[in-house]
Write a protein that binds this ligand. Structure first.
Ligand code: TYD
Ligand code: MG
Length: 459
């Protein structure tokens, strides 16, 4: 096949250049030119006629929305419940899923398990591996106890060969592990470069849409935690899933951050075992660490992940710091921590100015909702005073800059889950206080941070 012509397009201004330059000739930005396959043929349809467009193209029929028949998308459950939950019910025909996560977190393992389940259910699958050899994947399948698997395997990284194989074998689901190792012959840049990732993903997406084959792309994550490759990759696909969790702990979360076919922020919870990933169907208590006695600096909160309440322990350590004390948070927003420390000082009179403050959400969970605020504050004061919160204590609620405690969404559900797990005392925002008492749970409803501090002091 003859090499197609490529041009270099500036990602800032869209200007083009026939060769790579460090500086864009149009806008002067540095290092913004990326390689792209040039449009085939001269654009004879350029819109240059001032006489109207009828000579260029015929008008197309339009329809009122109500007249368009909308069918529910056909989904095939993958056979792995926790994965189906984040996908919104299963794999969608012609859907493109991008799944990202740190190296070694379990992407290949999960997908191999899912492909095997689909193959067993009678769906033809194709697993394209560019990262490992066929023998390595076979070895993994043996560990997973699926060595008799009929999953079709292709060890290939060249896009054109992959597409030709897909055309010839007609699978229903294709896994590309990973998009960063795949390269197209049409571009000269190296595999994994922005241009290659974008070009390959675009071709695969087009193939999925035109043939109805579902495509699952594995994506690497950069040091900063974003998917490597351009942001546009996330825009191209239908669903973006992220693997989270601490590689040292057993538990893994799969979170949907974009889903055209389902709800986002639903999570799937897995445990890594020596036989692969196992779904955890009742995960509410897995992020609590086991203390035989209550310890200072620990406060449990209930966070909501999609439709499921999850109890998470927030730990804080406050220790005398140097001239410029450190503020560090793991699993929680660092800027929010700085803000909470200011509120704590201003409205509750608790000063940590000369102290190092470390905060951690146990188990590698990432909590983005502000409902963690109250638990973060209480764990900090608990550590500062060296006084443990009572056994069976929990707190949640958003804290504002004026020191007010704001309600968290679906407070009742959170409290019920906590009561179910044997928690006995809760400090919650006033608006979240239940109308009917919840059995076994004493609830202190507060409106301000000062009030919460007083309640805790009196416990
Ligand atoms: P892997 O799926 O290769 O990660 P990724 O594709 O995201 O890079 O995960 C491999 C890790 O999982 C590796 O550190 C070993 C561990 N593992 C198990 O603990 N049990 C198993 O059955 C398998 C297959 C892997
Ligand atoms: Mg892998």
């Amino acid at each position: 096949m003859a090499k197609e012509k490529t041009t270099f397009i500036c990602t800032e201004c869209g200007g083009s250049s026939p060769r790579w330059l460090g500086k864009c000739p149009s806008c002067g930005a540095w290092n913004t030119l990326i390689e792209q396959v040039a449009e085939a043929g001269p654009g004879k349809n350029r819109l240059s006629t001032p006489q109207g467009y009828a000579g260029l193209a015929n008008a197309q029929p339009v329809l009122p929305l109500a007249a368009i028949e909308a069918q529910d998308v056909a989904r095939t459950p993958s056979g792995i419940d926790e994965l189906d939950r984040v996908l919104g019910g299963g794999i969608v025909e012609g859907g493109v899923v991008l799944i990202g996560g740190d190296p070694g977190i379990g992407k290949s393992t999960l997908l191999l398990q899912a492909m095997d389940a689909l193959q067993r259910a009678g769906l033809p699958t194709l697993y394209v591996t560019g990262e490992e050899s066929g023998a390595q994947v076979a070895l993994r399948s043996r560990r997973l106890g699926i060595d008799g698997s009929q999953v079709q395997l292709l060890a290939e990284i060249q896009l054109e060969k992959i597409l030709a194989t897909v055309e010839a074998t007609q699978p229903s689901v294709v896994v590309i592990d990973s998009i960063q190792t795949t390269y197209s012959d049409q571009l000269t840049s190296a595999p994994g470069s922005v241009a290659q990732v974008r070009e390959c993903a675009a071709h695969l997406t087009r193939m999925a849409k035109s043939t109805g084959i579902a495509v699952i792309l594995v994506g690497h994550v950069t040091k900063e935690g974003a998917l490597a490759g351009p942001r546009v990759l996330e825009h191209m696909v239908d669903t973006v899933l992220y693997f989270e969790g601490d590689t040292h702990s057993q538990f893994r979360l799969v979170r949907a951050i974009k889903n055209r076919f389902g709800a986002v922020n639903e999570i799937g919870v897995f445990a890594m075992t020596e036989k692969g990933l196992k779904g955890v169907s009742n995960p509410s208590a897995i992020f609590l660490s086991q203390h035989s006695e209550p310890v200072p600096g620990s406060c449990v909160m209930v966070t909501l992940e999609g439709t499921r309440p999850l109890l998470v322990e927030i730990q804080a350590l406050v220790d005398s710091g140097g001239p410029s004390p450190r503020r560090l948070s793991v699993g929680l927003d660092k800027d929010r921590l700085a803000m909470l420390l200011a509120v704590l000082h201003r409205h509750a009179g608790v000063a940590c100015m000369d102290q190092d403050v470390f905060v951690n959400a146990v188990g590698g969970v990432r909590i983005s909702e502000p409902a963690a605020d109250l638990a973060v504050m209480l764990s900090i004061t608990s550590s500062l005073r060296g006084k443990a919160l009572p056994r069976g204590f929990l707190a949640f609620g958003e804290v504002g800059l004026a020191g007010e405690v704001r309600p968290a969404p679906r407070g009742q559900e959170r409290l019920k889950e906590a009561a179910k797990l044997g928690f006995s005392v809760a400090v919650v925002p006033k608006a979240n206080a239940p109308k009917k008492p919840i059995e076994g749970l004493t609830i202190h409803a507060v409106e301000r941070v000062e009030e919460a501090m007083n309640v805790v002091r009196g416990l």
